[in-house]
Design a protein around this ligand. Structure first.
Ligand SMILES: Cc1cn([C@H]2C[C@H](O)[C@@H](COP(=O)(O)OP(=O)(O)O[C@H]3O[C@H](C)C(=O)[C@H](O)[C@H]3O)O2)c(=O)[nH]c1=O
Length: 178
């Protein structure tokens, strides 16, 4: 698999090797040893998530506070999304900065988002299925978020006609990660 660094250290783009033949394709979508080698340490995932959304759905920006902070290894297995991670580590030189990329069924890209980042994505195709591993369990008591369009973070989302948000996401506060 191919690892690409981003402008924010620790955020990595992973491209698995895809074996194609007349039947279709095969890839190892996750290999613990290869992943640990790429990240440079032992990462244990405890939960797999899978969501399906329609075009224009934006899920984010979400994170969990310590001690429930989650690292996420995310990918889009059907359709395409614009995926974004925001550095919310107070001591980080990149605090408040973001990295975004298209994850899709076509490009097979994965995005490693360690603990200390907020995460969200915008669906670009009629539907998209999104699957990801997390390094900690879901804990709503520690769930936090901020508005997808917060001007402090100023994420350059792709143009989509109609943004669809959950009631929770409509009410997100301004960028505050305390
Ligand atoms: C995240 C999660 C949710 N749920 C339940 C709670 C709700 O009853 C229902 C939908 O949850 P929510 O609306 O928070 O789902 P998303 O908006 O996709 O939330 C996710 O959105 C962005 C993309 C993230 O990175 C996070 O993983 C997560 O916050 O599933 C669970 O039971 N377990 C879970 O791990």
């Amino acid at each position: 698999m191919k690892i690409t660094a981003t402008k924010i250290p620790d955020l990595l783009i992973i491209e698995p090797k895809v074996f194609r033949d007349e039947r279709g394709f095969f890839m190892e979508s996750f290999n613990q040893a290869c992943f640990n080698e790429s990240v440079g340490k032992e990462i244990l995932f405890v939960q797999d998530n899978h969501s399906k959304s329609s075009k224009g759905v934006l899920r984010g920006m979400h994170y969990q506070l310590e001690p429930a902070a989650q690292g996420k290894l995310v990918r889009c297995t059907s359709g395409a999304v614009f995926d974004v991670a925001v550095d919310i580590r107070p001591q980080s030189n990149n605090y408040g900065e973001w990295v975004g990329l298209i994850l899709s069924e076509e490009n097979n890209l994965q995005f490693w988002i360690p603990e200390g980042f907020a995460h969200g994505f915008l669906v670009l195709t009629e539907t998209a299925e999104f699957m990801y591993k997390t390094t900690n369990y879901y804990n709503p008591l520690y769930e936090r978020g901020f508005a997808w369009n917060d001007s402090h973070v100023d994420i350059d989302w792709p143009e989509v006609e109609n943004i669809v948000l959950s009631d929770k996401d409509k009410l997100q506060p301004l960028f505050d990660t305390k």
